[in-house]
Structures are given as C-alpha cells and as structure tokens.
Design a protein around this ligand. Structure first.
Ligand SMILES: Cc1ncc(COP(=O)(O)O)c(C=O)c1O
Length: 453
C-alpha cells in the first residue's frame, strides 16, 4: 500500500474504524502524528500539553529513546516467543518487579493489559480459596472484559448486564466529600469515618457469608471515578478484615501504580501488603501492551500440582516485556518516583489555588501526580456540574475550551482529572493550569453565585 499523507489519516480512519467507548456517529478523534515528552502534535502541527498521560499510562513521558531502543533490540533478537517459553526478558522482568513490589509479591503472571490482569486475579483467588464471590466497590473501574466489567462498579458495567460474570457484590467507597453516611456529620473525625466504612464492609462480608467470599478487589486509589484517596487506616482495616475471614485482598494498581502517587505503588503509602496486585498502564508507560498479576508464593504454589486453566497467545510478549524492563530502568535512573512526589506537592498547591479562585470548584484531591477537581453548581448543596453518568453543556464547553487552547485532559461527568506524565516540570504544569484557570470561568458562570468567588 502506498504511504498515505498526514492529511488522509483522519478521513481514512473515519471510513474504516470502529471506535471503542463511542457512539460511532459522534466521534471527534485527534489525528495525532507524533509525541515527545509531555506534548503531542496533530496532523496540522498543533501542539497539545498532555495532562492525561494519553490514557493515564505514559508515566515516563512520550518518545523515550531508551525504551524505544530496548524494544527495537528485542525485535531484532527475538520478536516473539510463546507464553510457555522461558526468555531473557521474562527472566529479567520478574527479578526487577520483585525488587519494587510490596514485600511478599514475588510471582508474576503477564497479561495483555489491565482488564485481563483482573480477570486472572479473580481466577487465582477463586482457585486458591475455593470460594466464588468477589467483593468490589461501586465507584470503581476494573476493565471491559466480562469478568473485570462485572467487578466494575460504575455504569460501564450496567450497560452489559445481566450477561456479565456472576458472583460480584458491591459495597460503598470511603468517599468523604459525598459520604452517604455522614451528610449530617461532615466533621466526623477521620478515624470514625474510616471505622464506619470498615463496619459497612464487615457487615456485607457477614451478610454474604465469609465462607463464600474469595476476594475483596479494590483500586488502591480510585482512578476515573474521582481520585478517591483512602483515609488513613482504611486499607490497613481492609487487610485486617481479609485476614480475619480468610479472604484475599486484591489491589488494582493499573492506574495508581508505577510512581503515579509518588511511590512505586499506592499501597506503599500505607504499608499494606495485598495478596495479589494487578498492574498495566505505567508498567510499560504505554510503549507496548502489557499487564501483570503479582501474587504471593503461596497462591502460585496452590497450582503446583493442578493446571492453572488460563492464558492467551500473547501473554509475556517479549517486546512488551523488554519495554517494561527499560521503562522501570528509566524510572529508576531518572528518579521519577521521587520526582512525582515532589511535583505532586506543587500540583497540590496549584489545585488549592483553584479552589480559592473558582466557586465552581467544590473540592480538589490529589496524591502525587494523580489529581481531580470536582465541579459543582453550588458549594453548599454540592450539586455536581453534570449529573452522575451524564454530561452537561458546561462540562462540554470546558473540555472544548481546553482542547482549543492545546490542553489535553480527561473530564468525567462533573470531574476534571489531572494525570500528567511524571516528568512534567513546574513550568509545564503552570502552562496547563493557566489555561485551566481561564476555562473554569465557564463553569463558574453556572454556579449559584454566578461566578463570584
Ligand atoms: C484501575 C483500572 N483497572 C483496570 C483497567 C483496565 O485496563 P486495560 O484498559 O489495560 O484493560 C483500567 C483502565 O483504565 C483501570 O484504570
């Protein structure tokens, strides 16, 4: 086929592509041609500041030559080997991962991405415990395949019910800003707040029958559902409940892992050791598709004499493994985890300033370079700027303004997510926040005060 020109990219794609997560007649894709650092460019040469790390995954930034070279080298040596083969990248990555994982997670099952990492985590938990139920939270996303979708609490699951995997029971998240239990007692202490949500979980465990529950599956820090950061003591409490009832604790760190929160993994902030941890995205920073399930030795050993029924043709693809190895090396050499923690503090200050300046910002939350703004029509009632699972004219205009001014980020219902590459500098963050600051005038005008702070 003749090489097409840049200007043909968009029309030709529109002609033949079926788009995921989209109503086909309503898509408006950016025809992207190249990317470097925290920026990418479209066919017309317009530059975008990438405040979403593309799909919350390009943690080391775009176009890193060390990762690209490692992939090219692997492609030259051994571009493919079956999932049952021992290869150099398989040997090396396991060693590297076991060095950065929470203690005790020493075995790795490689997948193609986050969804199938969670699918396998569920299978492993069921196989290990001999129990079938999975507890997961309402404000969560665990993937789009039928098992991971069943675990997902948000409306992305509801569209495909009732055909999703059976056996999942959902519970509530410790989401302070909109806590169902504390509408009349918003000033409750963090310890009591935490206890209420742990009691809620324990009650559900008892109602469902602990002997039927294989695992509690949760995003350590909830991602697309609003960067919900667990209060101190919550994860430790979940760990204790899991131990008490012989339930496995699975932490989904697909989005929160690999430096995103200013630690290698979000669980490291609270010193909690899950039985299983799933990862993807930042594992390769998106340079190649890869996910992984990290597990305790004991869980792996329970399959010593029986077959683990599961696997896909491309599990442990050598080029993806090589990308992951180089990606981790880049993160280490350039101290990106430490850098994310530092720049995260700068971002937290910038977020706090937006609260001061804009009445439509109801609350901001962040941990490392993982941040969110909750936009509201009224700070007192906390009425969201768009309804749950919906959009609004203001949110659409806000997003369009940002894109028009070269800032790419993710808006979800009434929230704006800030998930930039970990390499972002203070100046680059300022560049994005200047545009965001102006864009928020749009939502301010829709507040009860009509825009005055
Ligand atoms: C927390 C979490 N889990 C799982 C997934 C699914 O990962 P993938 O899209 O690689 O299948 C995602 C993707 O956004 C995610 O954010």
């Amino acid at each position: 086929m003749e090489r097409i020109s840049d200007l043909e990219i968009l029309p030709l794609t529109m002609e033949h592509n079926f788009w995921t997560w989209s109503a086909q007649a309503h898509v408006n894709p950016i025809p992207v041609t190249r990317a470097d650092g925290v920026y990418f460019w479209d066919v017309e040469g317009k530059r975008y500041l990438d405040l979403n790390s593309m799909v919350m995954c390009v943690n080391i930034g775009h176009g890193n030559q060390r990762v690209i070279e490692a992939m090219v080298e692997q492609a030259r040596t051994l571009p493919f080997a079956g999932p049952g083969m021992a290869t150099r990248p398989r040997a090396e990555l396991g060693k590297l991962l076991s060095e950065i994982m929470p203690q005790g997670l020493t075995r790795f099952l490689y997948t193609l991405g986050g969804s199938d990492a969670n699918e396998n985590a569920i299978k492993l938990a069921r196989g290990y415990t001999g129990r079938h139920k999975i507890l997961a939270r309402y404000r969560s996303y665990h993937g789009a395949t039928y098992g991971a979708l069943a675990a997902t609490g948000d409306p992305r699951r509801v569209s495909w019910e009732p055909e999703v995997m059976p056996g999942v029971v959902h519970f509530l998240d410790p989401y302070r800003y909109r806590s169902t239990f504390h509408r009349a007692t918003p000033d409750i202490s963090e310890a009591e707040f935490t206890r209420d949500y742990l009691n809620h979980l324990e009650e559900i465990i008892q109602f469902e029958g602990p002997q039927t529950i294989a695992a509690v599956l949760m995003e350590t820090v909830t991602g697309t559902n609003g960067v919900i950061i667990p209060p101190d003591g919550y994860l430790q409490g979940v760990r204790a409940l899991c131990d008490k009832y012989g339930i496995l604790m699975i932490c989904d760190e697909v989005m929160s892992g690999f430096g995103r929160t200013g630690r290698w993994f979000a669980v490291d902030h609270w010193g909690v050791k899950p039985d299983i941890l799933t990862m993807a995205k930042g594992l390769t920073s998106g340079y190649a598709p890869l996910g992984a399930v990290a597990m305790r030795e004991e869980i792996a050993a329970s399959f010593n004499d029986r077959v683990y029924q599961g696997g896909l043709t491309y599990n442990g693809h050598p080029i993806s493994l090589a990308a992951a190895i180089a990606n981790i090396q880049v993160m280490r050499e350039d101290n990106l985890v430490e850098q994310a923690a530092k720049t995260g503090e700068v971002m937290a200050d910038m977020l706090a300033e937006l609260v001061e300046r804009h009445p439509s910002v109801g609350e901001v939350r962040s941990i490392g370079l993982f941040g969110v703004l909750e936009l509201v029509r009224d700070r007192k009632t906390k009425e969201p700027m768009a309804p749950y699972n919906g959009s609004s004219a203001e949110m659409t205009r806000l997003r369009q303004y940002l894109l028009d001014h070269g800032v790419f980020l993710y808006t979800h219902w009434h929230t704006v997510l800030l998930i930039p590459p970990l390499i972002i500098t203070t100046e680059q963050l300022q560049e994005g926040f200047r545009v965001l600051d102006r864009a928020l005038d749009i939502t301010d005008a829709a507040t009860a005060s009509g825009g005055s702070a």
